[in-house]
Design a protein around this ligand. Structure first.
Ligand SMILES: [Zn+2]
Length: 415
């Protein structure tokens, strides 16, 4: 019987089916006088196997899951060991036989003793187990999966799919790219530089000497713990993209035509039109015989390209340390066409950017590394504009914070 018990262990891989049959037949011969009867052998096999169905003592979900998983494992183990048509037929009788099949036994024994409240859960598991066993038989017979198995894995292609949101450029990125592309069409290349800069590049070489009051106009965020360094080596968050002007001139001789888009930082309190982090596009053009007329023509063209050909520009004297002479550029109000409205404070003009001819002092710093920037031989202009301000005008946004809030209801309008 020790041998028989081992043979009846359906999960056991140690005995082939023939060995099991031989053992069962031997037992059948001892138990039944009809020793030659094949049905007797199978009947005996079924009786043996059915004894492995445990009696259910608990009917909670976990216990039912475990019990059904055990039966399914046994069926799969049986099916995996099948070889030959006779074995397949034996499998069919053992598991799906209408009188003594194991499923019949499971249904009869477990359902019978189940308390009424557990019958539904039990029935559902039984209904799921049956197509699995039938599928195993079909697979053994060389057929494909049965209808129930197919139905279980069917996909309803008429159901609505998961909709993915369309990706789109952030309005700031889009505006930045628009400005850049206007100048790219004029032959400008694009330059970038570090956001953590030295005092030298951010201020000194841009003609903001140490202690110069112009530094106070750019409330600067400095990196802590820099006191031991010489002033020009101390690190800070760049307050404008101008340092990239110098980095570009140091790396290449004239002529230069470059636009510099990028993020800048100032210790400004956030309000409707200010943010401590914002974006600038700066431009630099250096060559022989560059004049203020070139600057005016370039910026007039750029403003028309950005805001429409009806836009007019005008230049007012101003001051920036790194340009001389310097100018503020105003464009005719794009909202009222110059008649005067609330947006332009009834002036008909909107101030948009700063510009000027590059100060010879800046060229002198560049000439330390690139002698070609001799202020006696070359000249150039520079300009800079705030990207947020232009984006707010173009898209009618009144709160700068909306660009950074990450609110999809706002950003979705630009998709
Ligand atoms: Zn206006």
């Amino acid at each position: 019987m020790r041998h028989l018990r081992a043979a009846s262990d359906v999960a056991s891989a140690r005995f082939s089916l023939e060995e099991r049959f031989a053992a069962v037949q031997a037992e059948a011969r001892r138990s039944f006088s009809r020793s030659d009867s094949n049905s007797g052998t199978i009947f005996c096999l079924v009786r043996m196997m059915n004894e492995e169905i445990p009696n259910l003592t608990a009917f909670d979900e976990a216990a039912l899951d475990e019990a059904f998983a055990l039966v399914e494992r046994q069926a799969r183990g049986d099916a995996a060991a099948l070889d030959g048509d006779a074995a397949v037929e034996a499998f069919r009788l053992k598991w799906l036989g209408t009188k003594q099949g194991r499923l019949k036994e499971v249904s009869a024994r477990w359902l019978k003793v189940a308390p009424p409240e557990a019958k539904k859960a039990l029935g559902m598991r039984f209904n799921a187990l049956k197509p699995v066993v039938e599928g195993l038989l079909d697979a053994a017979l060389g057929a494909g999966p049965n209808d129930a198995a197919l139905a279980a894995e069917a996909i309803d292609i008429t159901l609505p799919g998961t909709r993915r949101l369309t990706g789109a450029e952030h309005p700031i990125t889009r505006t930045l790219n628009e400005i850049t592309s206007v100048f790219a069409a004029l032959g400008y290349s694009v330059g970038v530089g570090p956001e953590v800069e030295t005092d030298f590049y951010n201020f000194e070489c841009m003609n903001f000497p140490p202690g110069h009051p112009a530094r106070d106009t750019q409330d600067t965020l400095v990196v802590a713990g820099q006191e031991r360094r010489p002033q020009r080596d101390r690190l800070l968050l760049r307050t404008h993209t101008s340092p990239v002007q110098m980095r570009t001139m140091e790396s290449q001789p004239p002529p230069v035509r470059i636009v510099i888009p990028g993020k800048v930082h100032r210790n400004d309190a956030a309000d409707a039109t200010h943010s401590p982090i914002f974006h600038q596009v700066e431009g630099l053009c250096v060559d022989t015989n560059i004049t203020f007329s070139d600057l005016k023509g370039t910026l007039d063209h750029a403003m028309k390209a950005l805001f429409g050909s009806a836009v007019k520009t005008r230049f007012f004297p101003s001051f920036f340390p790194f340009t001389e002479p310097s100018a503020d550029v105003q464009i005719s109000c794009i909202f009222c066409g110059g008649k005067g409205c609330r947006k332009c404070k009834n002036s008909g003009w909107i101030e948009l950017l700063g510009c000027g001819m590059v100060d010879p002092a800046v060229f002198a710093f560049a000439a330390e590394k690139q002698p070609g920037y001799d202020p006696k031989k070359i000249s150039g202009f520079a300009f800079g504009m705030g990207v947020e301000r232009i984006a707010m005008m173009k898209y009618g946004v009144s709160e700068i914070g909306q660009f950074y809030a990450g609110d999809m209801r706002f950003l979705g309008q630009f998709a």
